[in-house]
Design a protein around this ligand. Structure first.
Ligand SMILES: [Zn+2]
Length: 85
C-alpha cells in the first residue's frame, strides 16, 4: 500500500491516492470532507462518481508527470497458482 497525497487542483480538497493501474485508482479522503464543491453540478448531469472530474484529471496529470507512480501488484504466475475451490 502506497497512498500518495494529492490535492484537487480545482477545489483544493486533499486526498490520498493509490494507483494500481490505469483503470484502478483507490481514493481515500483525508478529512470528513468526501464532497467536492463541484459535485452537485456533476450529480445533476448524472455523474455519480464520488470524486469530481477535476480530481480525476488531477490524478491523470500526476500520473502523466510521474508524480504519482502506479503500484505494481505481484500476481502469482505459473502452475503453482492456489486453487480457489
Ligand atoms: Zn475537486
Amino acid at each position: 500500500m502506497t497512498m500518495q497525497p494529492l490535492t484537487c487542483e480545482e477545489c483544493g480538497i486533499g486526498v490520498l491516492v493509490e494507483k494500481f493501474s490505469p483503470a484502478h485508482t483507490s481514493i481515500q479522503w483525508e478529512s470528513d470532507t468526501s464532497w467536492c464543491p463541484l459535485m452537485p453540478e456533476q450529480l445533476s448531469l448524472g455523474d455519480h462518481r464520488r470524486e469530481c472530474a477535476a480530481l480525476r484529471s488531477t490524478i491523470d496529470r500526476a500520473v502523466a508527470s510521474l508524480e504519482l507512480s502506479e503500484t505494481r501488484i505481484e500476481l502469482p504466475v505459473g502452475p503453482d497458482l492456489p486453487r480457489l475451490h
